[in-house]
Write a protein of this length. Structure first.
Length: 234
């Protein structure tokens, strides 16, 4: 069975970060960031990440999928809570765990329904990834969405009572800011990441202008980081 390397995934995330630092106007929307990460993973990662993997009974599928459903149900108001009476969400990008794929059928892997699936063994995902792209003033609503993304990712890494198992081995929140420098939000994000230490957070400011402004912050336990000074000096 193919073994996935977390260093490879983080190297692809870093390639995306470098592209945003150097060419922030290559990104019009958040989905452009999704597309670039797709490209780097299929172009530069090793065979294990790129090939279709076998599933139970018949059929194959690739590991990387957009808008992959959460196991947990939750309510968003007045604050994010896991609740059986809530609704499921989605991760912007998910990397399936090949071990999970070997023992589940394609319909089960799609996760439209999961009442008949043993989700906890093996764990469903190798990685769950959320993106946020700040292209204008950072509103209270966007701040709340970023916080909710990190909370949702933390739930992917933790079982909840006897209802939902851990869904992912790794979790990433990627925040790209092309609008304006925001040191207060950096501090806010640092505090939020500190409350959820298992979620790896990357925050990049790349603000065009006569004197281009760049900031790169890795929060929590990354194994692979870019040298942002080297990028800025090019």
């Amino acid at each position: 069975m193919a073994t996935l390397d977390i260093n490879e995934l983080e190297a692809c995330i870093n390639s995306l970060g470098k592209k945003f630092l150097m060419y922030p106007y290559n990104f019009f929307t958040e989905t452009d960031a999704h597309a670039f990460l797709f490209y780097y993973m299929f172009r530069y990662s090793t065979r294990a990440f790129k090939i279709p993997h076998s599933c139970k009974k018949q059929g194959k599928t690739v590991l990387i999928h957009r808008e992959y459903p959460t196991v947990s149900k939750f309510k968003r108001k007045p604050k994010m809570v896991r609740d059986p009476g809530g609704t499921r969400g989605h991760y912007d990008l998910a990397v399936l765990n090949p071990e999970f794929m070997e023992v589940h059928t394609i319909p089960q892997i799609m996760m439209a329904k999961f009442n008949d699936i043993d989700l906890g063994n093996p764990i469903n995902l190798f990685a769950a990834i959320e993106f946020k792209f700040i292209k204008s003033s950072l509103t209270p609503g966007m701040r709340r969405e970023i916080g909710n993304d990190i909370i949702k990712l933390s739930w992917a890494l933790e079982p909840f009572n006897n209802l939902w198992p851990r869904q992912s081995i790794n979790a990433y929140a990627l925040v790209f800011n092309r609008s304006q420098p925001d040191e207060s939000f950096q501090n806010e994000l640092r505090m939020l990441a500190g409350k959820h230490p298992q979620v790896r957070v990357l925050y990049i400011e790349s603000v065009p202008g006569k004197e281009k402004h760049s900031v790169v912050k890795y929060l929590n336990d990354w194994t692979n980081k870019i040298n942002s000074k080297r990028i800025r000096d090019k």
